[in-house]
Design a protein around this ligand. Structure first.
Ligand code: MTE
Length: 313
């Protein structure tokens, strides 16, 4: 699928008041899409499944309603603030200080930098993207993000030829993140992408959701969103982006190597050791729905051609 660069910010097409009325939002998107005025990249919930999508994927606008803001910001995984779903909303806003915030870009690149947050995002166009988020625990949401395409940040850093992976690291500060006082994971949380994955137009560094700044519990002030992978790849509260020639040792691979591998692409055919991934519970819905390969984002399939995704997951 050809992904066009947005000419009009989708915030102008779907103003915030429409976020509040999910039916209206879906209707507006469908109409705009039909009229050719909505950028495909901003309308994953309208465009992706339809074009290159597998026959199994019904038109996405019939499937996907936005998950209510209360659920997006009240039912979270952010182990740095506790392991219950309610812990991040209860704890993160009290202790996490998203400003001042420093992001370091380093490793195998010609333009490393140490940026104050505002400088990090300056000069890069903000985009609105509504994506499905599929957690490895078999629940899912539909979230309207705002952010900057990851590839713009990669390009700005001028990675060297030897850079094959990008590694992301979460803040490590038990005073701000009290959950880091417990040995739940080998802190700090680390994630990674192969360079071509990081350059894919769908990969986003989110700075906001529902038209407002990213709440602490969702990974303020900067988190990754990789919609075709299980949610744990979407690392929160990032302080470092490093280019490397080695596959990063990610927090979950270190803690639970028997579970998922580095790629962790959504794949209904590869079960978790303890449960099936064939179906998922969309938060707010009663019946489980089928999980789609790559979470329905079939445009990424070419990144993995030649790989056995049942083995290299
Ligand atoms: N990032 C950090 N630093 N710590 C975490 O515990 N949890 C991951 C991911 N990013 C996590 C993280 C998991 S398992 C999921 S499903 C998503 O964040 C959840 O994002 P959300 O709470 O914004 O829905």
């Amino acid at each position: 699928m050809l992904i066009k660069k947005p000419e009009i910010p989708s915030s102008e097409i779907t103003p915030e008041r429409l976020y509040l009325s999910r039916r209206e939002f879906i209707g507006a998107s469908a109409v705009a899409l039909a009229a050719g005025t909505i950028p495909a990249v901003a309308a994953c919930d309208t465009a992706d499944g339809a074009a290159e999508g597998a026959a199994a994927a019904p038109p996405a606008q019939q499937r996907d309603e936005l998950t209510p803001l209360e659920d997006v910001t009240g039912y979270n995984n952010f182990y740095e603030f506790g392991t219950d779903k309610e812990d991040p909303a209860r704890n993160a806003p009290r202790t996490l200080r998203p400003r001042p915030w420093t992001v370091v870009v380093d490793g195998l690149c010609d333009r490393p930098g140490r940026y104050a947050f505002d400088d990090f995002v300056r000069g890069v166009a903000q985009v609105d993207r509504t994506y499905r988020l599929r957690c490895v625990e078999a629940w899912s949401m539909v979230i309207p993000w705002r952010g900057i395409p990851l590839r713009d940040i990669v390009n700005r850093a001028r990675p060297r030829a030897g850079a094959r992976f990008v590694e992301f690291t979460t803040l490590h500060d038990p005073a701000q993140m009290p959950g880091q006082r417990r040995d739940v994971l080998d802190w700090p949380y680390v994630e990674g992408l192969r360079m071509d994955e990081a350059m894919h137009p769908l990969a986003l560094l989110a700075t906001g959701l529902y038209g407002r700044a990213l709440p602490a519990q969702n990974g303020a002030p900067l988190r990754l969103v990789v919609p075709w992978k299980y949610g744990f790849k979407s690392i929160k509260s990032i302080v470092r982006i490093r280019f490397t020639d080695r596959q990063p040792r990610t927090a979950w691979n270190v803690s639970a190597p028997q579970e998922y591998g580095f790629y962790a692409n959504v794949n209904p055919q590869v079960d978790h050791p303890r449960w099936s991934q064939a179906r998922e519970r969309r938060i707010g819905e009663f019946r489980r729905r089928p999980t789609l390969m790559f979470n329905g984002y079939n445009e990424v399939a070419s990144l993995y051609s030649g790989m056995d995704l049942r083995r290299n997951y």
